[in-house]
Design a protein. Structure first.
Ligand SMILES: NC(=O)c1ccc[n+]([C@@H]2O[C@H](COP(=O)([O-])OP(=O)(O)OC[C@H]3O[C@@H](n4cnc5c(N)ncnc54)[C@H](OP(=O)(O)O)[C@@H]3O)[C@@H](O)[C@H]2O)c1
Length: 317
């Protein structure tokens, strides 16, 4: 009889973390330990998530990525630490400082594998300074590689939900407009959060993913193809506006950085620049290994979605 693999999910009450937990709960050889910040939370949605986790047999442990002893306790007896955290807090930034605390605790506790909160494009193609979000992932990713622990980096391109949401500043469905920079002809990858969660559960139990960037995509398309998909599925024409060349976009980003001095203000533009340059494009997509997962194409997503509420987008706490 083989013993079960214990997976600690950090960020289990979040949009991605909870979806990964539902998918992992279907894997019979996995035992889930879920780290939550406050088991007695008054947030009804989070309460329901915790109850559902308990109902699925998950062990609930309280902890916080800025509380080192809580991380040491949570990591004890764990095989794989899977992070799905997000947020900026007064105590520091969760993605870098928080995950480095978690990585250190995992190492001290003898954890075998660490899966950081990536769920992104291939940030190893980026240079520090390209994009605040990717800078954070690069910093953590390098530390994970140097830690001596096994790792898996989950790469799904952008979340389909986020790409069409106001956060990205491309589509404005109320106004019936779409704006982008460049020629709109560069391919990029989009995957829904549910599909990313299902593939992540596969990555956890599939030894082929150890020490790799695990790349999956629900769809691969260009900006012009995404606009055409929307118009075709919804039967509505959008007013399309090209805002300028990619050099114009670079200038816009530098000017805005100097003027606004809030790093997050340029992140959507930095993401658009990365996508339009093909930086971060996934080149080793392994969907075919998991034929039982039928990922949602952009057309299928648009056909079943009316609300573009930014699901899965980073939020401050
Ligand atoms: N590729 C894309 O297009 C894309 C788009 C959006 C997000 N993402 C990425 O997806 C990942 C997950 O994002 P999400 O939208 O699921 O985030 P989310 O819904 O905001 O969830 C964040 C989770 O982190 C937990 N958390 C926050 N601070 C913590 C702390 N100090 N200690 C312990 N746990 C803490 C939260 O716990 P509480 O419930 O207690 O607050 C929550 O469970 C992130 O890496 C994000 O950058 C990718």
């Amino acid at each position: 009889m083989t013993s079960k693999m214990t997976v600690l999910i950090v960020g289990s009450t979040g949009h991605m973390g909870s979806r990964i937990a539902w998918a992992l709960a279907e894997k019979k050889d996995v035992k889930i330990r879920a780290l939550v910040r406050n088991r007695q939370t008054e947030d009804v949605k989070k309460q329901q998530t915790i109850q559902r986790l308990e109902g699925l047999g998950a062990e609930i442990v309280e902890g916080d990525v800025f509380d080192i002893p809580s991380l040491e306790r949570a990591c004890t007896g764990v095989d794989t630490v899977l992070s799905a955290i997000s947020g900026f807090q007064s105590r520091g930034d969760v993605i870098v400082t928080g995950q480095l605390n978690l990585l250190n605790a995992a190492k001290q506790a003898g954890v075998t594998r660490f899966i950081p909160a990536d769920y992104s494009a291939d940030y190893f193609q980026m240079q520090l300074g390209d994009n605040l979000v990717w800078d954070q992932r690069l910093t953590v990713g390098q530390a994970v590689k140097e830690s001596g622990l096994d790792y898996t980096f989950i790469m799904n391109g952008g979340f389909t939900e986020s790409f069409f949401a106001p956060f990205f500043q491309i589509f404005n469905f109320e106004a019936g407009t779409v704006e982008y920079w460049g020629d709109g002809d560069t391919k990029f990858d989009l995957t829904t959060t549910d599909d990313t969660a299902k593939y992540t559960a596969e990555a956890v139990v599939d030894p082929r993913t150890i020490n790799t960037s695990f790349q999956v995509a629900g769809d691969v398309m260009t900006m012009k193809e995404a606009i055409a998909a929307y118009e075709e599925v919804k039967g509505k024409k959008l007013t399309v506006h090209c805002k300028g060349s990619l050099d114009d976009l670079k200038t816009w980003i530098e000017n805005t950085k100097a003027r606004v001095r809030v790093p997050w203000a340029v992140v959507p533009a930095q993401c658009q620049l990365g996508m339009a340059l093909g930086k971060g494009k996934l080149h080793n997509i392994v969907n075919d290994r998991y034929p039982h997962i039928k990922p949602t194409s952009v057309r299928e997503y648009l056909a079943t979605t009316n609300a573009f509420d930014g699901g899965g987008v980073n939020k401050d706490d």
